[in-house]
Design a protein around this ligand. Structure first.
Ligand code: EPZ
Length: 416
């Protein structure tokens, strides 16, 4: 399962170029099967979730090859619509394949992607959105089976602005007869990026990134070459790494406006932050002050940065209240941070974080992707040595985290 050995106390100092966003690349890979022509994804991060998605594509006859960080996809030989359950259970975002397969193959069979460590993660909103497009759906024996000889454009208001359900509805309606309108759509930047990718293939979509997405069905889509947007969650994670160690960092290839809610919190905590085009300069302060966070759909504070900013709160003077409104069990990192000497109690959806002067090295376990990242951040600030176990969770969404942190001056070693 792999581990990081981290000796805390070093102030990070350096530059880092941010990767393309995991949560943009994954739906884009699903969209790549919507054409027989070549699709080229530039600057594609080789993280576990992406490699698993590539395995899913290969399992249905889609040819994929990496040339450096460029991924070339050829779906002309696609020969299946039933996805291997071992792969789909491994990867929640395999659910995006439902919409893409319905469009390409008129059929899809996928084992429930199931819950993971942050919540139940039902797919009811996905299913009701697909049904509103005329997709016949059967749920039996832990599988979702979709049949859609012809998908009809329709208007659908999502019960909740679900990122995945918005993306699935977009992927399912690119070839639909007529216009589809998705209301109460998720507004995350990754939705806008999926729109740009699909429009680059010839799709007719407007409103991606707003609460109303309109798709007019077309007959076919062409190949394209595309560089997905930068990973705002990776960027936020490294900004917090510099803040928690009182260091400084220059982040390249990142759109500050996509993490303005985090930047606001970091400025109030102790940081001096300057933004110039796609560069963010941060200098962490020594007198860190408590703050409150309520996660909410974009442009609110992202749930994917909740665990990471909790580590900063743990060493900030005063009491911080961190409320998780998106997922039911996204506080698994709390017990592990407390092993490092943090003083955090949970009341319902809110973590009450009483700041302590110092954290201490400990052996802790990553339970999920972002919770694991929060333990790395705690270890960077802690006195002494920490062992972060089960880093496979972290490697799902962060490329070469140990190398990047080493280059920034951290004392970190990876043990396979
Ligand atoms: C996407 O997950 C992201 N993953 C998540 O990032 C992110 O936390 C989440 O959006 C919210 O921003 C990818 O893009 C691959 P949702 P998704 O559907 O689409 C409930 C990370 O760390 N819901 O917006 O699964 C759901 O249970 C990952 O990078 C239903 O009830 O999120 C949750 O409580 C973690 N029924 C809430 O909505 C549904 O049919 C938000 O889920 C769908 C969702």
């Amino acid at each position: 399962m792999g581990k990081f050995i981290i000796t805390g106390g070093n102030r990070l100092d350096g530059k880092l170029c941010i990767e393309s966003a995991k949560n943009a690349v994954l739906p884009i890979l699903a969209g790549a099967i919507l054409t027989d022509e070549q699709v080229v994804i530039e600057n594609c991060p080789k993280i576990k979730d992406v490699l698993n998605m590539v395995k899913i594509l290969s399992s249905i006859g889609v040819k994929t090859v990496f040339e450096g960080n460029t991924l070339i996809i050829d779906a002309s030989g696609i020969n299946g619509y039933r996805l291997d359950s071992t792969l789909t259970k491994e990867l929640r975002s395999s659910v995006f394949m439902l919409g893409a397969l319905v469009s390409r193959m008129k059929k899809a069979v996928l084992a429930y992607p199931g819950g993971c460590n942050i919540g139940l993660r039902p797919v009811d909103i996905h299913i009701s959105a697909l049904k509103s497009l005329g997709v016949k759906i059967e749920e039996m024996g832990g599988e979702i089976s979709c049949n859609a000889e012809n998908v009809k454009g329709n208007e659908r208001c999502l019960d909740f602005p679900s990122v995945g359900a918005t993306e699935n509805a977009m992927l399912a309606s690119v070839f639909a007869d007529g216009e589809t309108i998705i209301r109460n759509a998720a507004k995350e930047p990754e939705i806008e990026d999926l729109m740009y990718f699909l429009v680059g293939m010839g799709a007719k979509i407007t409103g991606g990134g707003t609460d109303t997405v309109r798709i007019t069905g077309v007959k076919k889509l062409n190949g394209t070459q595309y560089k997905p947007l930068c990973d705002r969650i990776e960027a936020g994670t490294y900004l917090i790494a510099a803040a928690i160690t009182g260091g400084k960092i220059e982040l390249y290839n990142c759109k500050a406006e996509n993490i303005s809610s985090l930047i606001h919190k970091l400025r109030n905590n102790s940081c001096k932050i300057r933004i110039k085009n796609d560069i963010i300069y941060l200098k962490g302060g020594d007198s860190k002050k408590a703050f409150n966070v309520e996660t909410s759909p974009y442009p609110g504070f992202p749930t994917d940065l909740q665990a990471q900013i909790m580590s900063l709160a743990a060493v900030s003077e005063g009491t911080s209240l961190i409320t998780e409104n998106i997922f039911e069990t996204r506080f698994r990192h709390v017990s592990e941070l407390n092993k490092m000497g943090a003083n955090i109690t949970i009341r319902g959806k809110t973590a009450i974080v009483s700041g302590v002067k110092k954290l201490y090295g400990a052996s802790v376990y990553a339970e999920d992707l972002r919770g694991g990242a929060s333990l790395v951040l705690g270890a960077l600030a802690a006195e002494g040595m920490s062992v972060i176990n089960d880093i496979c969770h972290i490697e799902r969404g962060y490329a070469q985290m140990d190398l990047k942190l080493s280059r920034l001056g951290a004392s970190i070693k990876k043990i396979e």
